[in-house]
Design a protein around this ligand. Sequence first.
Ligand code: DXP
Ligand SMILES: NCC(=O)COP(=O)(O)O
Length: 237
Amino acid sequence: MTKLSVNINKIATLRNARGHNRPDLLQVARDCERFGAQGITVHPRPDERHIRYQDVRDLKPLVTTELNIEGNPTPDFLNLVREMRPEQVTLVPDAPDAITSNAGWDTVEHQLYLMGVVQELKSLGCRVSIFLDPDLEMVKAAVGTGTDRIEFYTEAYARQYPHDREAAVLPYRTAAILAQQLGLGINAGHDLDLENLAYLHQNLPGLAEVSIGHALVCDALYLGLENTIQLYRRQLQ
Ligand SMILES: CC(=O)[C@@H](O)[C@H](O)COP(=O)(O)O
Ligand SMILES: NCC(=O)COP(=O)(O)O
C-alpha cells in the first residue's frame, strides 16, 4: 500500500501572510489526519518562509500518523531533528535561497558525508530517506550511505507527463526496479497532482509513500480539504 503524506508547507505560507494564526496550522494537521492523510510532511527552510522551527516542535506531539521532516542537514536542521526524533527524516540538498527543492543528492560525491548523517539519524530511531533523481548510479551509491529509503524527485516526471507519460515514467520505473533489487525503500514527491499521481503509482513497484503539498493545497481551495485528501488517496488504490 502506498501511503499519502500531506506536506503542509503552503498552509504555513498562508498563515504567515497576515502575521497571526489563521489558518491554524496545528488544526489543519489534525484535520488532514482525520480526513485520511497517512503522514504529515514539513520542510522547515533556513529562512522559515513557511514552516517555522517552532511549528515542528508544536506539531510533533499531535501528529498521530507519521511526521516526516524534510531539509538540508544543516547544523540547525540536525539539532531540530535530534530534539524531535520524527518517524522519518528526508534529506534534501537544497540551497538556502532555493525557491523550492530543485535537485536530488549526488550520492557518489557525498556518500561519505551522507553516511555519517544517516548513521546518526538512524541511531535516533528515525527512518531516513534521501531525495534523489532517478539516476541509476545515484541509486547504487545511495545504498552505501546506509539510508532506509530514497525519495524520487518527481518534478521532471510532472513536467513531461502531459506530453509523453510513457517517456516521463520510464526512468523512474527503471530506477525503482533497481532500488527494490538493492533493498532500498521507495518514496516519491514534488509536483505530484491529481492528473499525474495514479500513473506514477501504477508504474513504480514498491512505492511506499508519496508526499504531496503544493498541488493538494491548491486543489483544496476549490474542492475542500477533506474531499481533496480522499481524491488523492483514491489515486493510490
Ligand atoms: C523536497 C520537496 O520536493 C518538497 O518537499 C519541498 O518541501 C517543497 O518545498 P516548498 O513547499 O518550499 O516548495
Ligand atoms: N517531498 C515532496 C513534498 O513533500 C511536497 O512536494 P510538493 O507536492 O509541494 O511539490
